[in-house]
Design a protein around this ligand. Structure first.
Ligand SMILES: C[S@@+](CC[C@H](N)C(=O)[O-])C[C@H]1O[C@@H](n2cnc3c(N)ncnc32)[C@H](O)[C@@H]1O
Length: 297
C-alpha cells in the first residue's frame, strides 16, 4: 500500500487480489465490507464514489482491518455486525456468527404458527416460545419481531453470549417479550408443558468434520457453539428426548441440523414416540436443514 493516493476502486481491486493471494476466503466481499466499514459508508456507496481518493487516515484505518482479515479473522468479528433476517445484529467472538441458512429455521417456525393460529382461531391468548442456544439472539429476535403474540424464553450455556443476545433484543425492541436464562439445555426451566414452540440451532458439527473446518471458523468461532460430539448429536439427542415434557400437546419442535444429519434426527424423533408430522425441510442448496415435528395431542 505504498501508492501515493488510492481511489476507492483501486484499493478495492488491490485488496481483493491481495486476499486471494493470501487464500483469504471470499476475497472480494471481504474487501468491500471492510472498506465500507472503514469509511463508514454502505457497500453501494463504494461503487457510487469509486473514484474518490482515500485520506491517509482512512487508508490507515482500512489497513488495520486488512491485516486482521489476513490472519483469517471473520469479517463479522472485525466489523462487529452481521445481517440476519434483514436485521442488523451485534456479534462478538463470544457468539457464533448467524448464518444465512438459519433463516430456514425461522421460516419453518413461522409456517407452523400461521397454520396453528389459522386452525385454532387464537383460542389461547398467549403463546409461549422457547429457543435453546440463543447465541447472538438472531433467531429469537427475528421470531419475536415476526410473532408479536408470542412470549419468548431463550436459554444459552454461555453468559457472554447471553449478554450479546440481550443487547440485540433491546436493539430490535423485542427485549420486553424475551426472557433470557443461563442453563444447560432445559435445566433452567420449570418442569411441565408450557411451550407451544421450541426452536434450537444447537452445536451439531461432528468431531471429524470439525477437525477439518476452515481456519476462519475453527480458530475464531466458539467451539462450544459448533462441536456436537463424535456424531454431532450430543446436544440434539437429549433435547429431542426431553422436549415433549415441556411442550403443550400440539406444540412444535424445530431443529436446525447439519448436512446428512436430518434422517438421524427424524429417526430420533420417531423413536421417542411422542411426535407426529415429522418433516425434513431443505435449504436453498437442497440440504435438509431443519427437522420439525409436533407433540401428539
Ligand atoms: C450453533 S450456535 C447457535 C446460535 C444462534 N441461535 C444462531 O442460530 O445463530 C449454538 C448455541 O448453543 C449454545 N449451547 C451450547 N451448548 C449448550 C447447552 N448445553 N445448553 C444451552 N446452550 C448451549 C452455544 O453457547 C451457542 O450459543
Amino acid at each position: 500500500m505504498g501508492h501515493p493516493q488510492w481511489t476507492i476502486l483501486e484499493i478495492l481491486r488491490w485488496t481483493a487480489r491481495h486476499f486471494q493471494e493470501k487464500e483469504v476466503s471470499e476475497p472480494r466481499t471481504s474487501a468491500e465490507v471492510l472498506l465500507a466499514h472503514a469509511l463508514n459508508v454502505t457497500r453501494l456507496d463504494l461503487y457510487l464514489r469509486h473514484d474518490q481518493p482515500l485520506t491517509a487516515e482512512e487508508l490507515a484505518r482500512f489497513k488495520t482491518l486488512v491485516l486482521r482479515r489476513r490472519t483469517g479473522e471473520p469479517v463479522a468479528y472485525i466489523t462487529g455486525h452481521k445481517e440476519f433476517w434483514s436485521l442488523d445484529f451485534k456479534v462478538t467472538p463470544a457468539v457464533l456468527i448467524p448464518r444465512p441458512e438459519t433463516e430456514i429455521l425461522v421460516s419453518s417456525v413461522l409456517e407452523v404458527v400461521s397454520q396453528k393460529t389459522e386452525n385454532r382461531k387464537q383460542k389461547t391468548s398467549t403463546y409461549w416460545g422457547l429457543e435453546v442456544g440463543v447465541g447472538a439472539g438472531a433467531v429469537i429476535v427475528a421470531l419475536a419481531r415476526e410473532l408479536p403474540q408470542v412470549r419468548w424464553v431463550g436459554v444459552d450455556i454461555s453468559a457472554p453470549a447471553l449478554a450479546v443476545a440481550r443487547e440485540n433484543a433491546a436493539r430490535h425492541e423485542a427485549g420486553d417479550r424475551i426472557s433470557l436464562l443461563r442453563g444447560d439445555l432445559l435445566a433452567a426451566l420449570q418442569p411441565g408443558p408450557r411451550f407451544h414452540l421450541l426452536v434450537a440451532n444447537l452445536p451439531y458439527v461432528p468431531r471429524p468434520v470439525w477437525e477439518d473446518l476452515p481456519k476462519d471458523i475453527k480458530e475464531f468461532e466458539p467451539r462450544a457453539a459448533l462441536l456436537g460430539g463424535e456424531d454431532g448429536l450430543d446436544l440434539i439427542r437429549p433435547l429431542v428426548q426431553a422436549a415433549p415434557a415441556i411442550l403443550h400437546p400440539g406444540g412444535w419442535l424445530a431443529l436446525e441440523v447439519g448436512e446428512g444429519l436430518a434422517p438421524k434426527v427424524a429417526a430420533l424423533m420417531e423413536a421417542v414416540g411422542e411426535y407426529e408430522r415429522i418433516e425434513k425441510i431443505p435449504d436453498y442448496l437442497g440440504i435438509q436443514r431443519v427437522v420439525r415435528g409436533r407433540r401428539r395431542e
